[in-house]
Design a protein around this ligand. Structure first.
Ligand SMILES: *Cc1c(COP(=O)(O)O)cnc(C)c1O
Ligand SMILES: [Zn+2]
Length: 415
């Protein structure tokens, strides 16, 4: 049995599991489109029970999980590679740099963790339809998980989403509603849709189990890191739910006395989609006007989870950075060229943040720094190709081979 209660992160009221579904019924009343969500709920587990029962020799992850395993869809996700990336560390002058490659989830992004848990919840509730707004990855992930779970996915997505992500959604059989507008428009419309026409809404942070799902990446890092919390985790941030999820993992572990202190969380946002960054820096919330970045997955005007994300960074003693599109492209290139990891632009923002970390005095050589790679580069080939030039083809002849050899010699290759 999953034993937990929901607690409102704004007013602190507690609710039983099936008493509430989305926001705190009291605080949520203040919510209207155009502002961050109010009264986001957090699942609260019995920390003493976890402390008593959790065994590293035979870990029972169910102690941290808000849905019983019997409702899990047959969709193996998570347990992605975690490894030391020495050359990347040299590039960043942070020798103890590690990568958690969550691009290797089945649908190619970390979003699978949230979709999986919400789909499990839909199975528990006997709900056949799951509705979401997405910049692209939450939707392609939900479509894949719903295919495995035998649920219908209804998706509101900006029509400008990268084509690979649209292809994923359609191929997995989701009902896709492209919106001639922004992600923020899609978010609002999907909430109205579920309020009027039903279905379980999976919108990020609006459904509290999206945070719980994303939490699993933090628990995995802890285990894969030999049961230690790293010093710093770099989190590419749009709505701030991954940030809150990673924070929740380490806070649950701290509460159960399984780690002595929290890792410092570093929020990385795109320069022109920086509402959470500014909120962290100034303490004042303001929406990002006309967000625009090559990193579509973190392009958001009104971050749904701004309040919780800011609080998570502050509690962890962390910080926040922004990166320009040029720095994101450079982060993508360096990560790919020295570590073999191809990240989509939003995920590459974390690598771009890594390259600035030491210069900003936010980490030193002794720190263990984790770059969270949240989405796969193959999801947005057009973005990657912007910074690349495909070499001209050679003729399939002896002369062609000579041309190739000459070209390669110029690159320092061959005799
Ligand atoms: C969704 C997403 C993010 C940002 O997550 P938030 O919870 O919105 O902050 C970062 N990278 C990728 C690849 C994503 O799909
Ligand atoms: Zn409340």
């Amino acid at each position: 049995m999953a034993a937990f209660a929901y607690r409102c992160t704004a007013c602190g009221r507690s609710y039983e599991r099936d008493e509430v579904r989305y926001l705190c019924p009291e605080c949520g009343r203040a919510y209207r489109p155009g502002i961050p969500l109010c009264g986001v709920l957090a699942a609260e587990f019995d920390a003493d029970k976890i402390a008593r029962r959790f065994r590293k020799s035979d870990p029972d992850w169910g102690l941290f999980c808000a849905v019983e395993p019997r409702y899990f869809p047959p969709y193996p996700m998570g347990w992605t590679p975690f490894f030391r990336a020495e050359a990347l560390g040299r590039a960043a002058r942070l020798p103890n740099t590690w990568v958690k490659n969550d691009a290797l989830n089945p649908s190619g992004s970390l979003k699978d963790r949230a979709s999986f848990l919400v789909a499990a919840e839909a199975c528990r509730l006997g709900e056949g339809t799951i509705v979401a707004a997405s910049t692209g990855n939450a939707a392609s992930s939900l479509a894949a998980v719903c295919a495995a779970a035998g649920r219908r996915a209804v998706i509101f997505v900006p029509r400008s989403a990268p084509r690979a992500k649209l292809a994923q959604m359609l191929l997995h059989g989701a009902s896709v509603v492209p919106v001639a507008g922004t992600y923020d428009d899609a978010f609002r419309l999907s909430l109205e849709y579920t309020a009027r026409y039903g279905g379980l809404n999976r919108n990020t942070a609006y459904h509290p189990l999206t945070i719980e799902g994303k939490k699993t990446v933090g628990l995995e890092i802890w285990m894969q890191n030999k049961w230690r919390a790293p010093s710093v985790v770099l989190v590419p941030t749009g709505d701030g739910v991954i940030l809150a999820g990673v924070a929740k993992a380490f806070e649950d572990l701290l509460a159960a006395r399984l780690i002595p202190e929290l890792p410092r969380l570093v929020c990385v946002q795109a320069e022109r989609s920086d509402a959470i960054h500014r909120y962290i820096e100034t303490g004042k919330y303001r929406a990002a006007r006309n967000p625009s970045t090559i990193a579509d997955s973190i392009s958001v005007s009104v971050p749904a989870n701004a309040h919780l994300a800011r609080a998570a960074v502050m509690r962890s003693g962390g910080a926040s950075l922004t990166v320009s599109d040029r720095e994101i492209m450079e982060g993508q290139r360096v990560l790919a060229a020295v570590s073999g990891v191809f990240a989509e632009p939003a995920a590459a923002a974390a690598a771009a943040g890594l390259l600035k970390l030491r210069g900003r005095g936010l980490a030193g050589p002794a720190d263990q720094v984790v770059v969270l790679v949240t989405g796969h580069g193959l999801k947005d080939i057009d973005a990657a190709l912007r910074g690349l030039k495909i070499p001209e083809a050679i003729e399939p002849t002896e002369e062609g081979l000579e041309t190739a050899a000459k070209r390669l010699r110029k690159m320092g290759v061959g005799r």
